[in-house]
Ligand binder design. Structure first.
Ligand code: PLP
Length: 453
């Protein structure tokens, strides 16, 4: 009988993270200083990040040991199960084999604590007492509050206003783990006040909330900043997913032909695919297909420009080389709040630009339709973010039905949608609208990208 869940024992959990930088054919383009256009050194990041994370950001070591204290906390929910979606296969009548890595079993309900716990740990080790951060859909804010709570740190969360209003339960979770949370833009930072002067009704964006959190960290004693996606060290911590998954595939003597994941900043998907991508980069799996799934309303990889841009609207971050829609891009208020960032992780962007992976974009109604097909077959109600790759998986499985191919499909099931039921409700009542971000507006926003080359 085919197994539904492929499980690892706790003592089989990987003890090192995988750093893809060691396997990249050409190095990442360095972050640049906005003023001078010169590469920024580690010292420039020291005011906002602990030293160990700065080292990980630029490390070329292939394997980085996971501290014992972090492993101890990971054990609360890891190793996570690899599922075979037998019932979905049956419902679609596809010869494809569909697998998913299920990160919804963590206490906050997504992949995000894989890095939140690690980041809280390194901050605690270096004597930091308080962390400021931003959150989009509330997933990162809840994950970081969980991590800081377990290591005894204070936490201040700037939550994108649209989500603060649409997802009050994430705010309650953040408070339950002992953190503070404000709807962004706030009038407590210069960055927030400037936005509110221009647009008092502003529903917020991740770019704005990042500006507020960085300003908070820079202006408070013993406070650092934490980012839940995009950066190299975040992707590094997330590789625990793909490393477990590779072991699980070895147990059943399989290997994926194609891997799908949704991309907001790119961390959940990269965490799953990077260990497999390593095989591809080393020439061992040349045919492996890896595809990012994003919303039409925030089409960073499919319609953005590959160039240097700022990570936030106030341009407080260094310039990073990535696909971007422009740092002052404010995406329409779609329900996948976690996919509304104007840029993406430099590692994922470089791999896309260099042709090792590709990207597709979907409308939110077709995405929710796919999520409901999935829920009715497999039971799990996925997050609206995750639903983007569920759509891609179902399409691929239906293509396999046409061609008779028995492809092995793997996708990153990044979290549950229990706090996104209002969005499901809107879908059920035909109230969900599709937005395709107008190319004209993307052009306007991209015109403001700093000129570097
Ligand atoms: C935050 C989030 C995402 C998007 O962020 P990435 O950094 O791209 O992973 C995707 N799925 C879930 C469930 C999330 O919480």
């Amino acid at each position: 009988m085919e197994k539904t869940k492929i499980l690892l024992d706790e003592d089989e959990m990987p003890r090192k993270w995988y750093n893809v930088q060691a396997d990249l054919p050409t190095p990442l383009d360095p972050p640049l200083d906005l003023g001078t256009g010169e590469p920024v050194g580690p010292e420039a990041l020291a005011p906002i990040f602990p030293m160990e994370l700065i080292k990980q950001e630029v490390s070329q070591e292939k394997w980085i040991p996971i501290p014992e204290e972090v492993l101890d906390i990971y054990r609360l929910w890891r190793p996570t199960p690899l599922y075979r979606a037998l019932r979905l296969e049956k419902a679609l009548k596809t010869p494809a084999k569909i697998y998913y890595n299920w990160e919804g079993v963590s206490p906050p309900g997504s992949h995000k604590p894989n890095t939140a716990v690690a980041q809280a740990y390194y901050n605690m080790k270096e004597g930091v007492e308080r962390i400021a951060t931003e959150t989009g859909a509330g997933q990162w804010g809840s994950a970081l509050s969980f991590g800081t709570c377990l290591f005894g740190l204070e936490c201040m969360v700037y939550m994108v206003k649209i989500s603060y209003e649409q997802k009050p339960y994430r705010k309650v979770m953040i408070e339950t783990w002992g953190a503070n949370v404000l709807p962004s833009p706030t009038n407590t930072t210069n960055a927030g006040r400037q936005i509110l002067e221009r647009d008092p009704e502003c529903t917020g964006s991740l770019g704005i909330a990042i500006s507020e959190a960085i300003e908070d960290a820079a202006t408070h004693e013993n406070t650092k900043y934490a980012l839940g996606s995009v950066l190299n060290h975040v992707l590094l911590h997330q590789t625990i997913q793909g490393l477990e998954c590779k072991k699980q595939f070895e147990l059943i003597d399989q290997y994926p032909d194609v891997i799908y994941g949704c991309v907001g900043g790119g961390s959940n998907f990269a965490g799953l695919f990077l260990p497999f991508m390593g095989d591809k980069l080393r020439g061992e799996k040349p045919d492996l297909q890896i595809t990012s799934c994003e919303p039409m309303a925030c089409p960073t990889l499919t319609k953005g420009l590959y160039t240097y841009d700022s990570g936030d609207v106030a341009m407080l971050t260094p310039l990073i080389k990535m696909y971007t829609l422009g740092h002052d891009f404010v995406p329409p208020p779609i329900h996948a709040g976690g996919l509304r960032y104007h840029g993406d992780a430099p590692i994922l962007c470089k791999l896309t630009h260099d042709g090792f992976m590709d990207a597709v974009a979907y409308h939110q109604t077709e995405v929710f339709k796919a999520a409901i097909t999935f829920a009715q077959a497999e039971g799990i109600i996925v997050a609206p973010e995750t639903a983007h790759c569920v759509k891609a998986v179902i399409d691929e499985a239906l293509r396999c039905k046409e061609t008779g191919e028995e492809k092995v499909i793997l996708f990153a099931n990044s979290g549950h949608g229990h706090f996104d039921l209002a969005a499901y409700d809107a879908y059920h009542n035909g109230k969900l609208v599709d937005y395709e971000y107008p190319v004209e507006l993307i052009k306007q926003s991209l015109a403001k990208v700093p000129k570097i080359e």
